[in-house]
Design a protein around this ligand. Structure first.
Ligand code: TZP
Ligand code: MG
Length: 214
C-alpha cells in the first residue's frame, strides 16, 4: 500500500477489542461498522476482561478474515507476535512500546503506525520509518485510562506546520459532533473507539461519521 492509499484507508479508522463492545459480539460490531463504511481496523484488546492467549488468537483470526473479505486493512495494537501470527497488514505502537525503528526493521512488509503527542515525537517516528502517525488525545476520552493530556486538533496543525507530511490520524474522544475540526487541522482521518464500538448501532454511527468526513 502506498502512502496515498494509506491516507484514504485512515479516513475512518475503527480501533477496538472485546472490552469496548459493551457486551456485544466484537465480530458483529466489526461487521456492522464495515457495513457503515469504516476504512481501516485495529484490534486493540485492552482493559478489564481483555482476552488473552488462544481466546485472543481465535477472535483475532475471525476479525482478520472479516477484514480481508472486505479489503479493510487489519492492524494489531502493540503485539508483534500476534501481528505476525494473524498475518496482519500492520502494527500500531505507542511511545511506551518497542522502539519504532526496531519494529520497522523486524516487520519490513507491515504498515507501522506510531502514536505521537508532539512535534518532536512525530519527527522521531518519521525518522524511524513510521508509515502513519496517530495523534491524540484530541478530546477528553474515557477509553484510555493512561491517555496523555488533551491536545486538541491544534497539535495536528502544529505537526503539519512543522513539516510532517506523513499520513496522520487523530484519536481520542472523537465522534460525529467534533470530527471535522480534526480533519480541518490537517489529519487524513479520525480513529475512534467508543463512538462506533459503544454505539447502539455501530453501522449507523459509522455511516454518520463517514458522511461528515466526505
Ligand atoms: N489513544 C489515545 S486516546 C485513545 C487511544 C487508544 C482512546 C480513544 O477512544 P475513544 O473512545 O474514541 O475516545
Ligand atoms: Mg501501545
Amino acid at each position: 500500500m502506498n502512502s496515498e492509499e494509506l491516507r484514504k484507508a485512515l479516513r475512518l479508522y475503527l480501533v477496538m477489542g472485546s472490552p469496548n463492545c459493551g457486551g456485544a459480539d466484537p465480530y458483529a460490531v466489526l461487521e456492522a461498522a464495515i457495513a457503515g463504511g469504516i476504512t481501516m481496523f485495529q484490534l486493540r484488546e485492552k482493559g478489564a476482561g481483555a482476552l488473552q492467549g488462544s481466546a485472543l488468537l481465535e477472535l483475532g483470526a475471525r476479525l482478520r478474515s472479516l477484514c480481508a473479505q472486505h479489503q479493510i486493512p487489519f492492524i494489531v495494537n502493540d503485539d508483534e507476535r500476534l501481528a505476525l501470527e494473524l498475518e496482519a497488514d500492520g502494527i500500531h505502537i505507542g511511545q511506551e512500546d518497542a522502539p519504532a525503528a526496531a519494529v520497522r526493521q523486524r516487520l519490513k512488509h507491515m504498515i507501522v503506525g506510531v502514536s505521537a503527542h508532539d512535534l518532536g515525537e512525530a519527527q522521531s517516528a518519521l525518522a524511524e520509518g513510521a508509515d502513519y502517525l496517530g495523534v491524540g488525545p484530541q478530546y477528553a476520552t474515557r477509553t484510555k485510562l493512561d491517555a496523555r493530556e488533551v491536545q486538541g486538533p491544534a497539535m495536528i496543525a502544529r505537526m503539519r506546520e512543522g513539516g510532517i507530511g506523513l499520513p496522520l490520524v487523530g484519536i481520542g474522544g472523537i465522534d460525529a459532533t467534533n470530527a471535522l475540526p480534526v480533519i480541518r487541522a490537517g489529519a487524513d482521518g479520525v480513529a475512534v473507539v467508543s463512538a462506533i464500538a459503544g454505539a447502539r448501532s455501530p453501522q449507523e454511527a459509522a455511516s454518520e461519521l463517514i458522511r461528515i468526513l466526505q
